[in-house]
Design a protein around this ligand. Sequence first.
Ligand code: RB5
Length: 146
Amino acid sequence: MRIAVGSDHAGFVLKGEILAMLKEKNIDVIEMGCMNGESCDYPLVAREVCSQITDKKADLGILICGTGLGISIAANKCKGIRAAVCTDCYMAKYTRLHNDANVLCLGGRVIGAGLACEIVRTFLVTSFEGGRHKRRVDQIGEIENS
Ligand code: RB5
């Protein structure tokens, strides 16, 4: 499994913590911008990370901005992307089980590194349940295509 990870300046420090945790677990990562704490624009980061997924260079993505919100709104404009902001492990588990979310969004100014890393681990070990949830996820795709 390969994970693309990006942030804006407000998520830069948390991105470093998450990358360190993923590397320690030998998880294959694609490190994406930003590369320092200077102010940058989260929609551009969202687009770059989501392209890795839609181009099949990554299986899942992690995006971090100050709240997780702006970057998730931008990510959800990309075709084929289902991005979910999670502030706890329950949300991370169920957005994989029921929504087949392919991008996890976190708020670097909202949660600490310990919780964020637990959320990431939960997101990565949980698989889509399918069944009735597939019908609903397909309906989301139909909205996107309409
Ligand atoms: C940057 O100041 C901040 O607006 C951004 O990181 C994010 O929280 C937007 O939703």
